[in-house]
Design a protein around this ligand. Sequence first.
Ligand SMILES: [Zn+2]
Length: 394
Amino acid sequence: MQNTTTARELAGAFRALCTAQAVLAGLLIKFTEPAAKRDTPYSSDDVGALLSMSRHKARALLSQAQAVTARPAVFNALLEGKIDLGKALLIVGKVQLLPASQADIAEAKLLEYAPTRTYVSLRKWASQLVCKLDPAGTERRHAEKRRRRMVEKTNADDGMCSLHVRLTAVDGLLAWGRIDRLAKSLAIPGDRRTLDQRRADVTRDLLVGEAVHASLRQAKVQVTVPITTLIGINDDPGVLAGYGPVPASVAKEIAAGGTWKRILTDPATGIALDVGRTEYEPSEALREFVKARDGICSAIGCDQAAENCTVDHCTPASDTTASAMDFRSLCQHHQRMRHESGWTCHHMDDGRHFWITPSGGFYESESEPIADPSPTENLDGGNPGPRAPGAADA
Ligand SMILES: [Zn+2]
């Protein structure tokens, strides 16, 4: 069994750390008052001298303090140890993108969601919420950032160099997918290069115009788009598999040239529904369904895209029926963890999925809705669903 005293102490120490981060932020603001003084270029020199740190580091601390103290609700959640500084800064950053009235709505929803989710899950969900609350702003920011696409070369030590390419998420997924699959197809006996080395070599060959000798399927991306967006009722965002929410215009652009599959969702929860199967081994269609439903690895706190996961059984196989419910997307690491260590996963009939750790910890892994719950089923104003019914491969 889990050592409950230690577990409690550990959780308590983490909460105390979050509280200390809030106290530090509050004191930094107080130390640099009045605001007019804080806004001079020298306020961070004062803080740096006091704390024996560079003024750049002091400036960073000070701007974080300004950010979290600017939103009292976020500051209080940090002070109470419900969220850590990373999540607090993320919420403030996302909320700042919205007009004031919508910012308050988003802040409340994010503060409700944040304590039990990982940073990555919160970031994805927050982006989704911002896209939904302010589609015009989302399109504007996307267009602006798209204009700033570029390639940057940084010289590194020991005869090395880095190339940094900034592309749209769709182009990045396509390019990475091609590099990755080419590199994997070159894994032949006798080739002792690591996957990282093969990816670098393939990228080099593609960029300098040398032939890459490998056969390859056509690259594809998958996007899930609400039907309401497609027929123009609203501009709710789509979700790009392996990335997250994208503006409606981007989702529609991908969908326009795609092959369509309809995904039915539970009207109450927006979670993708099961398609019954009688065979034990998941068929290709079932595998695809499970990956589209899960979006990411179904282990607690893992963000690996379902595209790179294996579809694995989540309970010992029964020889009577096997449905999508019995399968979950698991990344390589978590598949190994499940088979090689004492972690077990189980599912309930209502779709909930939970993990029990070797030390007796119990964690529910929450399914991400892929559609909005229907309005009549959702009178309590539940979380907006990240995705909706309809997925296209393009
Ligand atoms: Zn995982």
